[in-house]
Design a protein around this ligand. Structure first.
Ligand code: NZQ
Ligand code: ZN
Length: 392
């Protein structure tokens, strides 16, 4: 077991109609002039944005609006948001939406609170010293950005998708009403469940410092999401299942399922980020498409963990060699992905990269991780290329 810091300062307001408390929460955290940031319009169509602005109007809180954060949110809109905040003297950000709106808001917050080009942080050139305070009203259970320290932005020039992490951007509050997720397309619900499971799996498949209590939480979370993803596939309006998945999404990426280990593997995410940057695929689907190839490439180097996962999460038959059990677990997760409509390779994801494009992604991925990375197995550019090739 390794030493660890556990820092989750976000105040969570969970349950039905909780969005009605937005003005009270903004006041509690000192917001006087807000930038309300949202995505492509789902919050307009659902009427949520109107309910939010009505509450703020009634409480006398000023705001400006900026929509348009796309999945794999763009740097261009971040620059626009920074300028708008400066012009309007915004002192608090409110993201209404999913990971894309939240991450874009976090980037705007860094840009306003620090001098210079905000991309420098995502390009690992320097570190942020502050971020504007941020609140969230979550509409999709997926990224965990509502409690996480990360933000992922795509620079249009060169299609480079990069994440930046620091505690400064952890939201002050997160309003989570599972009912708000009921308007999601089934595909997005499934992508969200996949991403939630991956955030715990990235922390689970490691070769360092694992703790029994962390494993028990992680395995319980994974079984819960797996079970409720199937319930939502058949019954998308099931409130209890929506709630289980939504809370799991936050716990999966607020640090809880990594306490005591070496920080996790994270290579499936890094491999996906190149796909998201280049082909603009949904994050969860991209993860599902490369996971199997990653797992088959690394499992022998992390066999006890793959065996434990197979038995305790996928609940496969406990017979044969450790390798056979591990492979059975990998296959069982792929079967699960298919059962919720997720791809298990790039073709099913809908992309057909050329050999040159595979090489380009492997190169960019290696640069993005500073050469090599991974805990289940350390991967270099050659290994990344082998995994991309196997996932075609
Ligand atoms: O843009 P709108 O119109 O709102 O539509 C969105 C979008 O098309 C729609 N949607 C969201 N809530 C809805 C809804 N449609 C109907 N009803 C609702 N209630 O769903 C689509 C996806 O939304 P998005 O915010 O893009 O999804 P997600 O939350 O999966 O965010 C994905 C982004 O987050 C990054 C990903 O890489 C990707 O860029 N990640 C962020 C992380 C973090 N900050 O901690 C960690 C993750 O690993 C991830 O990398
Ligand atoms: Zn993710």
């Amino acid at each position: 077991m390794f030493d660890f810091n556990y820092f989750t300062p976000t105040k969570v307001i969970f349950g039905k109609n909780t969005e009605n408390r937005v003005a009270e929460l903004v006041k509690e955290f000192g917001g006087k002039k807000l930038l309300i940031h949202y995505g492509g319009g789902s919050v307009v169509r659902s009427g949520l944005l109107k309910r939010v602005t009505d509450s703020l109007d009634a409480a006398g809180i000023g705001y400006v609006l900026l929509g348009g954060a796309v999945p794999n949110p763009h740097l261009g809109l971040v620059y626009e948001g920074i300028e708008l905040c400066r012009k309007e003297n915004v002192d608090f950000l409110l993201a209404v939406g999913g990971g894309s709106a939240i991450d874009s808001a976090k980037a705007i917050g860094y840009g306003v609170a620090n001098e210079g080009d905000v991309w420098d942080f995502y390009d690992y050139k320097r570190k942020a010293k502050a971020c504007l305070p941020l609140g969230v009203i979550l509409t999709i259970a997926a990224t965990g950005s509502e409690m996480s320290d990360s933000s992922v932005i795509t620079k249009e020039e060169g299609l480079v998708k990069r994440g930046y992490s620091s505690d400064y951007c952890r939201p002050k509050f997160a309003i989570m009403n599972p009912e708000l997720t009921m308007t999601l397309p089934d595909y997005q619900t499934a992508c969200g469940c996949t991403d939630i499971m991956m955030h715990t799996m990235e922390r689970y498949f490691t070769n360092g410092g694992n703790m029994e209590i962390t494993d028990a939480i992680a395995e319980g979370l994974l079984r819960t999401v797996k079970k409720n993803a199937l319930i939502l596939r058949d019954d998308p309006k099931n409130y209890e299942a929506r709630a289980e998945v939504m809370w799991a999404g936050s716990l999966s990426h607020n640090g809880l399922t990594g306490c005591g280990n070496d920080g996790g593997d994270w290579m499936t995410h890094k491999l996906e980020h190149e796909l998201g940057g280049l082909y603009d695929v949904a994050h969860g689907a991209g993860l599902a498409a490369v996971w199997g190839s990653w797992a088959r490439y690394v499992y022998k180097n992390c066999l006890p963990r793959f065996k434990k996962f197979a038995l305790n999460v996928m609940e496969v038959e406990d017979s044969g060699s450790d390798e056979e059990i591990a492979i059975r677990g990998i296959e069982a997760l792929e079967d699960f992905y298919r059962s919720i409509g997720m791809p298990t390779n790039l073709r099913e994801l809908g992309v057909e990269p050329t050999e040159e494009e595979l090489k380009d992604m492997a190169k960019k991925c290696a640069i993005g991780v500073g050469g090599e990375m991974g805990s289940a197995k350390v991967l270099n550019e050659e290994a990344m290329l082998a995994i991309y090739r196997a996932s075609v």
